[in-house]
Ligand binder design. Structure first.
Ligand code: MN
Length: 292
C-alpha cells in the first residue's frame, strides 16, 4: 500500500468567541484549501485550544439556536459542557466524553459550561465538528448520543506506549460505539514520547489530524506542534504518527459524501431552495421549542 502523505500543516488562526463560552480557532471551512468539500463529510471544525475560564456564577456558552442537515460532535478534553435540545436530548459531558447530536430535520439547542464547573472555572479545551449528512438522511429524525469516555474502545499499543481511543469507526478490529450515517473514523491517539502508531484508510477518505497535546512527526518527516492541524493528501492509504513529546492527536477520516453543499449559518443543505425552506420552517416555529 502507498503512503498517505502530508498535504498541509495548518497553524491555528486568531481565535474568536462563539457566544461567550467557546474561544475557538476555526480550521474548517477556511478560504484556503480547507473549504467544506475538502474534508467532506467533516464540514466544520472549531477548536477551543486550552484556555482558562475565570469562575462564573452565570455559565458561559451559546444560547438557543437551530441546526438542520448535519450532526454536531463535541469532544471534551478539558472542562464540562451542558447541552439541551428541543428533541429532549441533552446531558453533561466532561473530560474525555463526546456528545453526538444529529440535528437532521431540525433542532434547537443550547450549549453552556456546566453550572458547577463554571462556578469553579478552569482550563477548557474542546473540539466541535459538523459532520454532513447525505441528502437522503438530512430530513431524518433528530437524535442524540452521549458517549462516555469509560465506554470507549481502546487499542493498547506495544510496550505500554499509548492507546488509540475509538470514538467512531474501527481501529485494528475494535469498533467505536458512535453510530454514523456514512463511514467515518474518529480516534484519539494518546502516545507517550517516542511511541509510534500506524493508520490505514482508503485513499479517497478525507483525512486529517489535530494535535491536541504535545508534538508529533508524521511519516517520520513532517513536524506538527500542539494546536496544529494536518491535512493528509488523498494519495495513499497508510501513514505513521510518532510522538516527539507525550501527545494526544485527534484523527479524522471519512468517506466523502460528494453531494452539493449549500450552507448558511446553522443550516447545511444541498440546494439554495432547501436553505430557504430551512429558514422558513425555523421562522414558523417548526423546529420545536426550547426555553432560554
Ligand atoms: Mn450549535
Amino acid at each position: 500500500m502507498a503512503t498517505k502523505t502530508v498535504e498541509l500543516v495548518v497553524s491555528p488562526r486568531e481565535p474568536h468567541f462563539v457566544g461567550d463560552g467557546f474561544r475557538v480557532h476555526n480550521f474548517i471551512p477556511s478560504a484556503y484549501r480547507l473549504d467544506m468539500q475538502r474534508m467532506d463529510p467533516v464540514i466544520m471544525m472549531d477548536y477551543n485550544s486550552r484556555y482558562y475560564f475565570e469562575p462564573s456564577e452565570i455559565p458561559k456558552g451559546v444560547g438557543v439556536h437551530p441546526h438542520r442537515g448535519f450532526e454536531t460532535v463535541t469532544i471534551a478534553y478539558k472542562g464540562k459542557v451542558e447541552h439541551h435540545d428541543s428533541g429532549g436530548g441533552g446531558g453533561i459531558i466532561g473530560e474525555g466524553d463526546v456528545q453526538w447530536m444529529t440535528a437532521a430535520s431540525g433542532v434547537l439547542h443550547k450549549e453552556f459550561h456546566e453550572k458547577e464547573w463554571s462556578k469553579k472555572g478552569g482550563d477548557f479545551q474542546m473540539v466541535q465538528l459538523w459532520i454532513n449528512l447525505p441528502a437522503k438522511d438530512k430530513m431524518s429524525t433528530p437524535k442524540y448520543q452521549s458517549i462516555e469516555n469509560a465506554a470507549m474502545s481502546r487499542y493498547k499499543l506495544e510496550n505500554n506506549s499509548g492507546e488509540i481511543e475509538i470514538i467512531a469507526g474501527e481501529y485494528e478490529g475494535l469498533k467505536g460505539s458512535a453510530s454514523t450515517f456514512t463511514p467515518l473514523h474518529l480516534f484519539n491517539a494518546k502516545l507517550k514520547k517516542g511511541a509510534t502508531a500506524n493508520f490505514s484508510f482508503p485513499n479517497n477518505y478525507n483525512t486529517a489530524l489535530l494535535v491536541i497535546e504535545g508534538d508529533i512527526k508524521v511519516n517520520s518527516t513532517e513536524e506538527a506542534p500542539t494546536d496544529h492541524f494536518v491535512l493528509m493528501a488523498n494519495d495513499g492509504e497508510v501513514f505513521t504518527i510518532e510522538a516527539t513529546n507525550d501527545a494526544i492527536v485527534l484523527i479524522l477520516s471519512g468517506e466523502p459524501i460528494n453531494e452539493p453543499i449549500a450552507a448558511h449559518g446553522p443550516f447545511v443543505m444541498n440546494s439554495k431552495q432547501e436553505l430557504m425552506q430551512a429558514f422558513d420552517d425555523f421562522n414558523k416555529g417548526k423546529f420545536g421549542y426550547l426555553e432560554d
